[in-house]
Design a protein around this ligand. Sequence first.
Ligand code: C5P
Length: 397
Amino acid sequence: MLAGKHILLIIGGGIAAFKSLDLIRRLRERGAVVTPVLTRAGEEFVTPLSVSALAGRKVHRDLFDLDDEAEMGHIQLSRVADLVVVAPATADLMAKMAGGLANDLASTLLLATDTPVMIVPAMNVRMWEHAATQRNLETLRGDGIAIVGPNKGDMACGEHGPGRMSEPMEIVEAVEAALSDGPLKGRRILVTSGPTHEPIDPVRYIANRSSGAQGTALARALTALGAHVVFVTGPADVAPPEGVEVVAVQTAQQMQEAVAAALPVDAAVFAAAVADWRVTSASDRKLKKTKDGLPALEFAENPDILHGVSHLKENRPPLVVGFAAETNDVIENATAKRLRKGCDWIVANDVSPATGIMGGSENAVTLISDAGAEEWPRMGKDAVAQKLAARIADAIS
Ligand code: C5P
């Protein structure tokens, strides 16, 4: 919910501006006050009348508007809100922000504000991938600007790729996370998720079956409680949630490096299904069938990331949570695993095929800690995530 929250929404000039009309409605439905600002280019795509009618407030358009300046100066306008959202953030607006330009109302507000800023980029795929835009993106990230999207897909210009503006509900989710006053506000939590892919050759790999659904749901639930989540994910089936810091990796070794780089954190949850072995003899060419018989693959053991973090002398997170996917003697095996790994809690689940849990939407877990084993009833993966996030909040806040 966004009751009592005030959002300054800057609508830039892109075809995605039509989605910002729906965004205004969605934000207001949740109780937010939305003060809209429309750029000159934005007016080419949506009319000031529709923006102000949906916002139920005056739309600000001009830096040198005498009435506006008499009522509320632009400096004051830049500071009235809890969050400034730029949607769509065009390549031009991003460049202005990165360069510190202030030659119209929107860019001046963005330079003058002392409020957190979130941008929702939307542009043609070539413009997005252009070195200049990517440079500006890094600058803005470094300046502490939150970035939502863009999504991949078909674009209004007929091309395909990254550049589509996030959907209104994805933006709402990110806004709610950014403005959350939950118990995990100010806490930094690491979540690993998804499988790892260990290459055999450029087209083949070994991996565990893992959709990433439970790790993703957990990252979302922790974010909703106000945490800053560093989400280290292998190639999962489901998209990462909005509002988290995504670090995408392929292999266990890359995951280990990303985890080390994310420390220190207040809690770390290891929901990834990491491949236990990698192929040491991975080929940089596609292996071919030959008459000489089958290719011989040599394996090496991957680092056990959970074990490593649990045993850190420095920077060990105060709460380390592992997962245990078992097919038999779940509690016994998971209890032994908790001790072996050295983590504080183990979330154990039965993934034998008959349960339908693997790849499904439900989960039945047992939380194992030094207090013993606590069996939770079977429920949706989102509900498991919310319950676990609440327990983590209790433990560390
Ligand atoms: O040993 P097993 O794979 O069953 O342990 C599962 C737990 O350990 C999970 O929390 C998983 O994320 C973590 N793990 C890890 N690094 C590995 C293997 C497992 O972090 N190489």
